[in-house]
Design a binder for this molecule. Structure first.
Ligand code: GAR
Length: 211
């Protein structure tokens, strides 16, 4: 029997991915594991409302309240360790953090990125910008990727990916919505489930999924 995990979800915006995790948890998908903390990078974001409605503890950690990225990252690690968090999920978390966090949680931080990595990822590719770039390039498929987070932006071992077709008349907003509904809200909870069941192994920068 694997140990129940305490999960923290880090957010910066509307929190639809957080909501999908909350809904999956309510349906028993994570077994005894549970989201016990939501951390937002700014006050007033709707994701905090979602945490409150689900009865999940939350905190706000604003980058501008700290001298630099190192001080911010130290505060984040402290908050996570104080809450005895096992798994950190970046669900639309847009604040830069440094190696202190990665070192505190090796292969235990996962991120959802709204494109098929290694396309349309790295510095500057977040939110709607990703979909604008995909449409600009004229790709015929796009999708989303869940990966472990390492110091190199969007370059960590890939856990799950799923594609959707790009339509000729797609706008960035329409593509974003379709990728969220058809991919993100499914593969992020699936990756969390696999982690909670101890089924993810990383070897040579690749993820192997156990039976
Ligand atoms: C999601 O589309 C997520 O993939 C993206 O931000 C959105 C957050 O939406 N993340 C990134 O672009 C990270 N590079 P949400 O707050 O409704 O979950």
């Amino acid at each position: 029997m694997n140990k129940a995990k305490k999960i923290a979800v880090l957010v910066s915006g509307g929190g639809t991915n957080l909501q999908s995790l909350i809904d999956c948890q309510k349906n028993g998908m994570f077994g005894e594991s549970a989201i016990t903390l939501v951390i937002a990078s700014k006050p007033g974001v709707y994701a905090l409302e979602r945490a409150k409605n689900a009865g999940i503890a939350s905190a706000v950690l604003c980058r501008k309240d700290y001298a630099d990225i190192a001080a911010y990252s130290a505060a984040l690690v402290k908050a996570l360790k104080d809450a005895e968090i096992d798994l950190v999920v970046l669900a639309g978390f847009l604040t830069i953090i440094d190696e202190q966090v990665y070192e505190a949680y090796p292969n235990a931080i996962i991120n959802i990125h709204p494109a098929l990595i290694p396309s349309f990822c790295g510095k500057g590719y977040y939110g709607l910008h990703v979909h604008e770039a995909a449409l600009q390039k004229g790709v015929k498929v796009s999708g989303a990727t869940v990966h472990f987070v390492t110091p190199e932006c969007d370059a960590g071992p890939i856990i799950l990916q799923k594609a959707v077709e790009v339509k000729q008349d797609d706008t960035p907003e329409a593509l974003q919505q379709r990728i969220m509904e058809e991919v993100e809200w499914k593969i992020l909870p699936e990756a969390v489930k696999l982690f909670c069941e101890d089924k993810l192994t990383v070897k040579d920068n690749k993820v192997y999924i156990g039976e």
